[in-house]
Design a protein. Structure first.
Length: 508
């Protein structure tokens, strides 16, 4: 029934998650398409492409800015040229008309026919000047006034033979006034274009300032996005190495790009498979050896029990003492074999750990209850400092780890001393520590004693029973929880501190 319920639940989850699964499959397919066809294949190419793409908006902005500034400068040069032409035209026209008026006055005052030819020459010279300037690239208003002056010159030339010289002189003076209006019209037009150029320059400056902000934001966004693209394979590699370091050998390692890291990923995948096989061989060896030892051990215990029960006759005192030693050794060996089996089962169970919030006081009291006789035998006291009502993790693993730490402290604590147990959980971290007041752990052995089947080198360790796997279980437990085990100097004694992450909010 249990398997049926689990299957039904699994099917329900699959049906519920189907749309998300399809979306995830689309994302995976899109990412593979980008990786295989768009992204460079090497790290050098990836970094170079990222730099080019990050600089592209800046280069584009510089090109646009240069084009806009070039147009402004060109228009400014054109306005300067037009202003110079208008001033030259005005000065030339003013000079020509003044000379024409002076010669006309002399002619009509002296009635000298020779002066009449000079007047005609001045009229042609003035007409050529107005015609030349009216044909240039000048404002339309200036060109219109220039044509009016030319028409007036033609009218004066046609009336040179008449006797009314005063009227001719008046017409010349009227043309001089028109020439001044031509100059004024040109200046007004130039000033208007200068104002338009100023307004345009202000607009360009504002647009450029806004463009700088947009390009800066776009460059930052591109830099961050491309940095993530570059960092993603490195993060995948770090996650893969972390998984190997925490004995997680079930998740395949796949790094698709760039080519250099893909080769490293292949080697990591090969290493993962090798470590997984070695772990399986080690667990299998532990189980086989432990089971093979249980049969002769059972025979040994039965034989010693028969001797102690005097089934083969009465034993003298020395024989009884030897039989008692054999019985105690058989019991100790049986306990160590059970520990090995427990260790093997624990290693298999660690691969499918379920995390949750557990009551810290109940956990500590259960462990103390299991060690109460040993504590009483050595007259040891315990001091509890429970700063957190709950701990986050795998209950059975934490219970075994705390029991191993307490057993280790009992072995090394002097008679009549106190063992400190601390529980804390704050700022997203759980802490569990046990401190004894023994001789402590030498600095050179603090890492070594955390390995399986390794014991300390102190003389007192030689007389203590044990398999040397207790602290290794503690170390692997905290690693499986994403934390670390630290051996600290307590003066006197040693403090074993388990520190691992937990959710910020206590579910209880």
């Amino acid at each position: 029934m249990t398997m049926t319920a689990e299957t039904a639940s699994s099917d329900a989850v699959q049906v519920t998650e189907a749309p998300r699964g399809r979306f995830a499959a689309f994302r995976v397919a899109l990412r593979q398409l980008v990786v295989r066809h768009l992204l460079p294949k090497t790290m050098v190419g990836l970094v170079a492409t990222s730099k080019v793409l990050a600089m592209a908006p800046l280069v584009a902005m510089l090109v646009v800015m240069g084009f806009a500034l070039d147009r402004l400068l060109l228009r400014g040069e054109q306005l300067v040229g037009e202003g110079q032409k208008i001033e030259v035209y005005g000065a030339t026209l003013r000079t020509e008309l003044e000379d024409l008026e002076r010669v006309a006055l002399q002619h009509y005052a002296l009635q000298d026919p020779a002066l009449l030819d000079i007047i005609r020459q001045r009229l042609r010279s003035t007409r050529e000047a107005t015609t030349r300037f009216s044909a240039d690239d000048l404002p339309q208003g200036v060109q219109d006034h220039s044509r009016a002056v030319t028409a007036g010159l033609d009218k004066i030339e046609r009336g040179l033979g008449s006797a009314d010289g005063v009227q001719r002189v008046g017409e010349i003076r009227a043309l001089a006034e028109k020439a001044e209006r031509v100059i004024d019209e040109g200046r007004v037009d130039i000033y208007g274009q200068v104002r338009q150029l100023n307004d345009r320059s202000v607009l360009v400056r504002n647009v450029l300032a806004l463009s700088v902000i947009i390009v800066a934001l776009l460059t930052i966004a591109l830099t961050l996005g491309l940095s993530r693209v570059i960092a993603r394979p490195l993060q995948n590699m770090r996650a893969a190495i972390t998984a190997l370091g925490t004995a997680n050998y079930e998740s395949p390692i796949s790094i698709e790009y760039p080519r250099e890291l893909a080769r490293v990923g292949e080697k990591l995948e090969w290493l993962r498979r090798r470590l997984r096989d070695l772990e399986a061989d080690k667990d299998r060896f532990l189980r086989h050896v432990s089971h093979e030892l249980k049969t002769p051990l059972a025979s040994l215990r039965e034989g010693t029990d028969l001797l102690l029960e005097r089934s083969f006759g009465t034993l003298n005192s020395r024989q009884s003492e030897v039989a008692q030693i054999l019985a105690e050794s058989a019991i100790d060996l049986d306990a160590q074999i059970r520990n090995l089996l427990t260790y093997a089962e624990w290693r298999r169970g660690q691969r499918d750990v379920e995390m949750g919030w557990i009551d810290s006081r109940i956990l500590v009291e259960e462990v103390l209850a299991s060690q109460r006789l040993t504590l009483a035998k050595r007259s040891l006291d315990t001091h509890l400092d429970l700063n957190a009502p709950h701990l986050y993790g795998h209950r059975w693993s934490l219970r075994v780890s705390l029991g191993n730490l307490l057993s280790n402290a009992v072995k090394h604590a002097p008679r009549g001393s106190t063992i400190d147990v601390l529980v804390d959980c704050r700022h997203g971290r759980c802490v569990l520590s046990v401190r004894d007041r023994g001789r402590g752990v030498p600095i050179g052995e603090r890492e070594r004693i955390l390995q399986p089947f390794v014991r300390g080198s102190e003389p007192e360790e030689a007389g203590m029973r044990g398999t040397g796997i207790g602290l290794s279980i503690v170390n692997e437990t905290v690693i499986a929880h994403g934390g670390k085990l630290e051996v600290q100097e307590a003066q006197p004694g040693a403090r074993f501190v388990l520190d691992w992450p937990c959710p910020e909010t206590d579910a209880h």
